[in-house]
Design a binder for this molecule. Structure first.
Ligand code: SMO
Length: 768
C-alpha cells in the first residue's frame, strides 16, 4: 500500500527557501529602470486643502507630481464586496478637495530615487483649511455631528437590520434578560513585510504588469480591469513572495491603482514600498466596534432570543470590502448557540480615522467577544457555571445542518457539521478545568493573601472556505515531477505543502515532486485569492479533483500502451505499474511524453497529461472550537499572566497537523496581542498616536503562552476532502477567553470586563 501523505505532519516544503534568504519579496524584485514613488499625505484629520507642487517639481530628480484629477479615468477604489445598504463614500485614489483622516494621500511624487521622491513629497505645499474632526463612532452618530461626506445625510456608510424569527416576542416570554455593551478596540494585522507595489507599462504592446504584496492578485487584476477600463488580457498581476497578510492585504488599495496609472502615464516602471509608519496610519485598520447585546433566557439558562446593535467605527471611507466586517459580525453573532429569534441593527460610522478593512477573522472575533461575554454575564446572573450554560445552549450534534438564518456577503450561514459539546468537554479536560477551579477556590479562601486566578472559556464558530471557487491546473512534467498552479495566493500559510500532500496521494509521487506555483494571473486565468480560511477547502479540493483526473488519464494511457486493463494498474513511486508485476510500468514522465500532441493516443483522449479543475463552493463550511484561558493577576501591579492556554479546534479532516497547529499558534498570538497589547490610538484631535512599533506594542515570544492544542474532527460534508478552514480560527476566541479569565480572577472585587484591550493600569483601577 503506497504511503498516504495527507494527515501527516510534514515539514513545510516552502521553508528552506524562506530560511535561506532565497525568497523574493516585493522589494527584492529587480525592476530595472523603475522610478520611485512617495505619497504626500494629510497631516490633518479633516480639512479642505489646496496643493502647490511647483517647488517639488523644481527639485532635480523629481520627474512628476500628480494630484487626484490627473489619474482619470480612475478616481476611487473599486468595490469587491457590495452590500445593498452601502452608501457612496468610497476611498478616492487621491483626495480631491477635502481630506478626512491623517495619512490620506493627497498627491504623489515620482522621482529618480526614493530619497528624491521623499524630498519632493516634503516640498509639495499643502494649504489646509482645518475642519472639526469626527472623533469616533459615538460622536459620528450624535445629533449635530459634523458631516464628513457632503452628499451623505449622516455619518453612516450603512445602516441595516438583520432579522431572524421574532426576537421582541421572545423577549416578552423571558424569565431573565441581560444587557451590556461590549467594546472591541482598534487594532490590525502587522505583517513583517509592509505593503508594496511595482508597475510596468509596455507602451508598445499596451501591456500593464503590476507586482503587489497582496493576498489576491486575481481580484486585484479584476479591479484594475474595471477602474482602468482595460481588457483583462492586457493586465498581469503578480504577487511575489508575500511576507504576511492577515487580511490587511485582502484589499484593493489606492496605491495599487495609483501606481498602475503612473506606469501608464509615464510609459515606464514605478515602485513604492510602504513604510511602517504608513502601514500604521493608512493600511486597513480593523475591529473597532461597540456591541449592545441583550439576551433573553429561561431560569434554567435556555436562551430564547438575542437582540443586538452594532456600531462600527469604519474610519473615513469604505474600502473595497465595503461593510463586510460589521455585517459578518451580525451574521455570526449567534455563535455556537441554538438561537431562533435574533435581531441585529448594524451601523457603520464614518470617522476621521484610517478606513477599516479585514483582519484575521474579519468581524468574527468581534462577534465572539460580544456573544461570549454576554454568555458569561448571563451565567453570572443565573449563577450557572459558564461551561454548563454553554452546554445547555449549544447547537446539538444531531442538529446539523443548522441554519442560523443569517447570511454573509455571499452565502447563507448554515453550519454544515460540528460537535460543540464534544469540543467543550475536550477543552475542559485538556485544561484540567475541575482541578483549576479547586486551586482557585483554595486561593480565594486565603483572602487578600491568595493568588488571583481566573479561568475563562470561549466557544467560536468560523465561516471558512468561502467561494465562489478556486482552481488548480495540474500538469505532469515530461522531465520530472508535477506542476500545480493554483489561484490561491498564500503568503506564509504553508499552502504549497498542503496541496502537494493532496496531489502526491492521488498520483503516487512524493510531495517534494509536486511544485506549486501561485500568485500570477498569467499562469491561471481565474483565481480568487487567500483569505477567509479558504485554501484547504477550495484550492485543496480543486487540486484533489484535478489530480484524480490526471491519475485517471495516466491509467488509461498506460493501459493502452501496456495493453492491460485500467483496473490492473496502480499509481505509486512516480510510475503507473501493473499490480503484482511492478516491472511492467511506465513512469509519469514517460506517460507525459507519450501524451504530447501528435502522439498516438487512445480514442477520444486529448493531448497533455494534465487537468484543470475549478472547485465551486456555493456554501461555506464552518469550523468551530473552544478556548480555555487560565490567568493570574498580580495584585500589586494589575499585570496579567496567562498561565495556561488550551485550544480544541474542529477544522474537519486535517491534511497537515503541523501546519494546522502553526496556524492556531499564530492566530492565538494575534488574539493575545489584541486582548492585551496592540491598539491603534487616536487622540481627541484625530491625530494617530501609534505611528511606530514603539507605540504599537506587539507581543513577543515572551508574552505568548505555550498553547495546548487538540483537534476534534467532524468532517465537512460539503467537500470530498472533508476539510474546513483553520487559518483564522486561532484569532477568534483569545480576547473573549482572556477577558473572561481576567474577570473571573477579579471576582473578589466584583469587577466586570466589557471591553478590550486589558491594560494593567485598568486592571489595577478595577481592583481599587
Ligand atoms: S481577514 Mo482574512 O484575510 O479573510
Amino acid at each position: 500500500m503506497p504511503t498516504r501523505f495527507s494527515g501527516q505532519p510534514l515539514k513545510r516544503l516552502e521553508d528552506p527557501r524562506l530560511l535561506r534568504g532565497q525568497a523574493t519579496f516585493l522589494d527584492d524584485l529587480r525592476v530595472s529602470g523603475a522610478r520611485h514613488v512617495a505619497f504626500v499625505r494629510s497631516i490633518h484629520p479633516h480639512a479642505r486643502f489646496q496643493v502647490d507642487a511647483s517647488a517639488a517639481r523644481a527639485i532635480p530628480g523629481v520627474i512628476a507630481v500628480f494630484v487626484g484629477g490627473d489619474l482619470a479615468p480612475a478616481r476611487e477604489i473599486p468595490v469587491v464586496i457590495d452590500h445593498p445598504a452601502l452608501r457612496p463614500c468610497r476611498h478616492p485614489l487621491l483626495a480631491s478637495n477635502k481630506i478626512r483622516y491623517v495619512g490620506e494621500p493627497i498627491a504623489v511624487v515620482v522621482a529618480e530615487s526614493r530619497y528624491t521622491a521623499e524630498d519632493g513629497a516634503e516640498a509639495v505645499k499643502v494649504e489646509y483649511d482645518p475642519l472639526q474632526p469626527v472623533r469616533d463612532a459615538p460622536a459620528a452618530v450624535a445629533s449635530g455631528a459634523v458631516l464628513l461626506h457632503d452628499d451623505l445625510a449622516g455619518n453612516l456608510a450603512a445602516d441595516f437590520t438583520v432579522r431572524v424569527g421574532d426576537a421582541d416576542a421572545a423577549f416578552r416570554t423571558a424569565d431573565v434578560t441581560t444587557r451590556e455593551t461590549y467594546y472591541v478596540h482598534r487594532y490590525t494585522g502587522m505583517p513583517l513585510e509592509t505593503r508594496g507595489v511595482a508597475a510596468d507599462y509596455d507602451a508598445g504592446t499596451g501591456q500593464l504588469t503590476l507586482w503587489s504584496s497582496t493576498q489576491w492578485p486575481h481580484t486585484l487584476r479584476d479591479g484594475l480591469r474595471d477602474v482602468l477600463r482595460l481588457p483583462e488580457h492586457r493586465i498581469r498581476v503578480v504577487a511575489p513572495d508575500v511576507g504576511g497578510g492577515f487580511g490587511v492585504k485582502q484589499e484593493i488599495y489606492p496605491e495599487e491603482v495609483v501606481l498602475a496609472r503612473l506606469a501608464m502615464l509615464l510609459r515606464g516602471r514605478v515602485k513604492w514600498i510602504e513604510t511602517r509608519r504608513e502601514h500604521l496610519t493608512t493600511a486597513a485598520h480593523a475591529r473597532e466596534q461597540w456591541h449592545d447585546v441583550e439576551l433573553a433566557a429561561r431560569r434554567d439558562g435556555t436562551i430564547l432570543a438575542l437582540r443586538a446593535e452594532i456600531l462600527a467605527d469604519i474610519g473615513a471611507y469604505t474600502r473595497s470590502l465595503g461593510v463586510l466586517c460589521p455585517s459578518l459580525t451580525a451574521a455570526s453573532l449567534p455563535g455556537a448557540y441554538r438561537i431562533r429569534d435574533y435581531t441585529c441593527r448594524v451601523r457603520a460610522a464614518l470617522t476621521c480615522k484610517a478606513p477599516a478593512g479585514a483582519y484575521r477573522g474579519a468581524g468574527q472575533p468581534e462577534a465572539v467577544f460580544a456573544i461570549e461575554r454576554a454568555m458569561d454575564h448571563l451565567a453570572q446572573t443565573l449563577r450557572i457555571d459558564p461551561g454548563e450554560l454553554r452546554r445547555r445552549n449549544f447547537v446539538g450534534r444531531d442538529e446539523f445542518p443548522w441554519e442560523v438564518g443569517t447570511a454573509s456577503a455571499q452565502v447563507p450561514v448554515t453550519y454544515d457539521s460540528g460537535d460543540y459539546e464534544g469540543a467543550l468537554d475536550a477543552a475542559l479536560e485538556l485544561a484540567r478545568y475541575e482541578e483549576r477551579r479547586a486551586a482557585q477556590a483554595v486561593e480565594r479562601g486565603k483572602g487578600e493573601g491568595g493568588r488571583l486566578l481566573g479561568i475563562g472559556i470561549a466557544a467560536y464558530v468560523l465561516l471558512t472556505g468561502l467561494g465562489p471557487h478556486e482552481g488548480a491546473v495540474l500538469r505532469v512534467d515530461p522531465g520530472e515531477g508535477v506542476l500545480l498552479v493554483t489561484g490561491a495566493s498564500p503568503h506564509g500559510q504553508g499552502t504549497a505543502t498542503m496541496l502537494a500532500q493532496v496531489v502526491a496521494d492521488e498520483l503516487g509521487v512524493q510531495p517534494h515532486e509536486v511544485v506549486v506555483r501561485h500568485g500570477d494571473t498569467a499562469l491561471i486565468p481565474f483565481g480568487v485569492g487567500t483569505y477567509a480560511s479558504r485554501n484547504a477547502v477550495v484550492a485543496g479540493n480543486a487540486a484533489l479533483i484535478a489530480a484524480r483526473a490526471v491519475a485517471t488519464k495516466a491509467r488509461r494511457l498506460a493501459a493502452h500502451l501496456l495493453e492491460v486493463s485500467d483496473a490492473d494498474l496502480e499509481l505509486a513511486d512516480s510510475v503507473v505499474r501493473v499490480v503484482g508485476a511492478p516491472d511492467r510500468c511506465l513512469s509519469l514522465a514517460e506517460l507525459a511524453r507519450a501524451c504530447a500532441p501528435g502522439a498516438p493516443l487512445p480514442d477520444g483522449m486529448d493531448p497533455g497529461l494534465e487537468a484543470t479543475h475549478y472547485f465551486p463552493a456555493p456554501r461555506a463550511t464552518f469550523a468551530s472550537g473552544v478556548h480555555v484561558a487560565t490567568v493570574e493577576i498580580e495584585r500589586e501591579t494589575g499585570r496579567i499572566e496567562i498561565l495556561d492556554y488550551t485550544v480544541v479546534s474542529d477544522a474537519g479532516r486535517v491534511i497537515n497537523p503541523l501546519i494546522v497547529e502553526g496556524q492556531i499558534h499564530g492566530g492565538v498570538a494575534q488574539g493575545v496581542g489584541g486582548a492585551l497589547y496592540e491598539e491603534l490610538v487616536y487622540d481627541d484631535h484625530g491625530q494617530p498616536r501609534t505611528q511606530s512599533l514603539l507605540e504599537y506594542v506587539m507581543p513577543t515570544a515572551e508574552q505568548v503562552p505555550s498553547i495546548r492544542i487538540a483537534n476534534l474532527i467532524t468532517p465537512s460534508p460539503l467537500n470530498p476532502l472533508g476539510v474546513k478552514g483553520v487559518g483564522e480560527a486561532g484569532a477568534l476566541a483569545p480576547p473573549a477567553a482572556i477577558a473572561a479569565a481576567v474577570e473571573d480572577a477579579l471576582r473578589p472585587f466584583g469587577a466586570r470586563i466589557t471591553g478590550t484591550p486589558l491594560r494593567p493600569e485598568d486592571i489595577f483601577r478595577l481592583m481599587r
